[in-house]
Design a binder for this molecule. Structure first.
Ligand code: CAO
Length: 483
């Protein structure tokens, strides 16, 4: 076939068309590349939400927690997860519940503050975990939830039949998080409470005064501290699960959690091998060190000497004290305040090493000044010139402090049987996940709601379960034989 002759005009047209086509292809390729780069830069994340801050849901929205915790360490963990938006379903023994409901009761017949302050923003379901029907409900909950959290005595969960193997088979995505007193080793079977952990974690050997016995602290570093560690482990496991698709076990031993919080003392133990701890006041007092880190009274844990000093009114108010830190950069300001400007240039006081052997005299002199002021006056005066000080706030003052109410750190909630009470809200503030602090649930308050709405039991089935005694107290239900 003879070749068709193309006119110059047509050729030009074709060339323009071809080049336009090439341009479109190039543009498309560019756009695809740009999209791929943007996707890579976003690390697979969705576009940034355009919703106003705090209105894009909560951090842990959609996460369901099967909360098998009791007393303090476990409940601290799950309460924090609830504050972050997780749906926390607390499983309690029918008729009894978490033992703390009745411990340290201040209002007759009402759940104690011990319980209410550790179980806010959760739902409660009663299940006898040793009852065959109870076990069946628990299996449904295991399938339904993302995380099981427990702090039973070692072996208790296995005795319920809820071994890791069983849970993992039932729901391979489930994370099983546990608090135990000790990790694997000679003490792994021991039951452990707060002060046992403070002692075994090394923390109790260091507070108190040199001449006195070891001391435990009121801050619950064993229980609440370990609960906090566990919460971190759970959130990390949830994050890893996004990649692996499977759950894992998370274990926090209270001994380990306490040691983690007391790590500066293990630091000092090692420093002791290289010479005396010069920031401890016993160094300045010429008292030699033994083989282990000594009790340090109110010495500062950091490199800047500090002590607790009396303030105006200390004779009648046991909390009229302030923590005073003689930080090197503000030494001049301290000297001016306390009426000792000559100390600024006196070689015995001018440098931190020169002051070390004289700390007791220095703090006695500063105290002569702090005793002329209330702790809040000292706070105002010192902070104005950047001297770090800390008033000893009583729990009464904390409860009444307006700024803590304003930030939601101290929250008042209303409870149907005990009335209004104060609780500690979320100490972690997030700009896009707003915490809602709700009162703690009554025992079994949400049992039917969870069985019906979440687990899909029909009304007839719920009635059957009730009659079986699996969710009601033995004296109330026609209890079936336990397995
Ligand atoms: N239905 C039926 N039985 C239930 C149940 C339910 N819903 N919930 C709990 N139980 C049973 C457990 O199965 C266990 O029974 P067995 O021992 O017969 O198997 C029993 O209740 C008691 O559990 P426990 O041993 O955990 O409780 P305890 O009061 O004897 O010990 C504690 C409490 C805290 C010392 C222990 O749980 C422990 O060492 N936990 C780990 C460390 C910890 O968290 N300590 C901090 C506590 S806060 O200060």
């Amino acid at each position: 076939m003879p070749k068709r002759k193309t006119s110059t005009k047509a050729r030009q047209k074709l060339a323009v068309k071809k080049s336009a086509g090439k341009k479109v292809v190039k543009l498309k390729a560019k756009k695809t590349a740009a999209k791929a780069t943007a996707k890579a830069a976003a690390n697979g994340l969705p576009r940034p939400s355009a919703k106003p801050w705090g209105q894009a849901g909560k951090a842990l929205d959609g996460v369901r927690i099967l909360d098998f915790t009791h007393v303090q360490s476990g409940p601290t963990c799950t309460q924090l997860l609830a504050y972050m938006g997780a749906d926390v379903i607390k499983v309690e023994r029918p008729g009894v519940g978490d033992i703390t409901r009745g411990q340290l009761r201040d209002v007759k017949g009402a759940d104690s503050l011990y319980f209410t302050m550790l179980n806010g923003s959760k739902r409660s379901i009663t299940i006898d975990s040793k009852h065959p029907k109870g076990k069946e409900i628990l299996d449904r909950l295991i399938k339904h939830c993302d995380v099981l959290v427990e702090n039973f005595a070692p072996g208790a969960l296995d005795r319920m039949g809820l071994t890791w193997e069983h849970i993992h088979k039932t729901n391979p995505r489930m994370i099983v998080a546990s608090v135990k007193g000790f990790g694997p080793g000679p003490y792994e079977d021991c039951k452990v409470y707060e002060n046992v952990a403070q002692c075994a974690g090394g923390a109790a050997s260091t507070p108190g005064f040199r001449e006195g016995p070891p001391l435990v602290t009121g801050a619950q570093i064993g229980d609440s501290g370990t609960g906090l560690h566990l919460a971190f482990g759970i959130v990390s496991a949830l994050y890893q699960r996004i990649r692996t698709g499977r759950g894992q076990r998370v274990l926090c031993a209270m001994q380990d959690g306490v040691l983690n919080l007391a790590r500066v003392k293990l630091r000092d133990q090692q420093r002791l091998g290289h010479g005396p701890l010069t920031e401890y006041s016993q160094y300045g007092e010429g008292i030699s060190f033994g083989k282990a880190v000594p009790r340090a009274g109110n010495d500062s844990g950091g490199g800047q000497p500090g002590w607790i000093l009396k303030c105006k009114g200390w004779e009648n108010d046991p909390d009229s004290y302030i923590y005073f830190i003689t930080q090197a950069p503000v030494w001049g300001a301290i000297c001016d305040l306390i009426g000792k400007p000559e100390w600024k240039s006196d070689p015995d006081y001018a440098t931190p090493p020169a002051r070390l052997p004289r700390l007791r005299h220095i703090f006695d002199t500063i105290e002569q000044w702090t005793m002329t002021k209330t702790k809040f006056e000292v706070m105002d005066i010192c902070n104005a010139v950047d001297i770090p000080v800390g008033p000893i706030l009583s729990m009464k003052e904390i409860a009444e402090e307006p700024s803590l109410r304003k930030t939601g750190t101290v929250v008042e909630v209303d409870h149907p049987t005990r009335g209004k009470y104060l609780t500690v809200g979320n100490p972690i503030k997030m700009s896009d996940s707003i915490t809602e602090v709700r009162r703690s649930p009554l025992l079994g308050e949400h049992t039917e709601e969870i069985l019906g709405k979440e687990l899909g039991y029909s009304k007839a089935e719920i009635a059957e379960i009730k009659a079986s005694g699996a969710i009601t107290a033995p004296e109330k239900g026609a209890r079936a034989e336990a397995a």
